[in-house]
Design a protein around this ligand. Structure first.
Ligand SMILES: [Zn+2]
Length: 113
């Protein structure tokens, strides 16, 4: 979990929570990218889906994302469970996790949740 990335894990989780938080909904890395580039701090970065592939792979490994199809660099997912918005008990900041995920770590203070 120590890989560095241009895109924050928290931002991707919030996009999924805000837009795709239903286990019946299929969404893709291209769609997540479209939401990311609407945000001011990512607009000038010319992001590609490969820039946050490591984050999505982590979310597959932890049991949040269920990969269902792939077409070249486009990957399609569903959620294993609904994402819940909670506050970290250590720092009080907002986090977004599927309750059944393994190895939940606060993206702000790195406390184990
Ligand atoms: Zn925290």
């Amino acid at each position: 979990m120590s890989t560095t990335t241009k895109v924050s894990r928290q931002d991707i989780r919030k996009i999924i929570f805000d837009n795709y938080n239903d286990t019946d909904v299929r969404f893709s890395n291209d769609e997540i990218l479209a939401h990311l580039v609407e945000e001011e701090r990512y607009r000038a970065m010319e992001l590609d889906v490969l820039d946050f592939e490591d984050v999505l792979l982590e979310m597959e490994a932890s049991g949040m994302l269920r990969p269902i199809a792939q077409n070249f660099n486009t990957r399609y997912y569903r959620l294993w469970g609904q994402v819940e918005q909670t506050s970290c008990k250590a720092c009080g900041k907002t986090t977004y996790f599927v309750p059944s995920e393994e190895g939940k770590t606060c993206p702000h203070c790195y406390a184990t949740l």
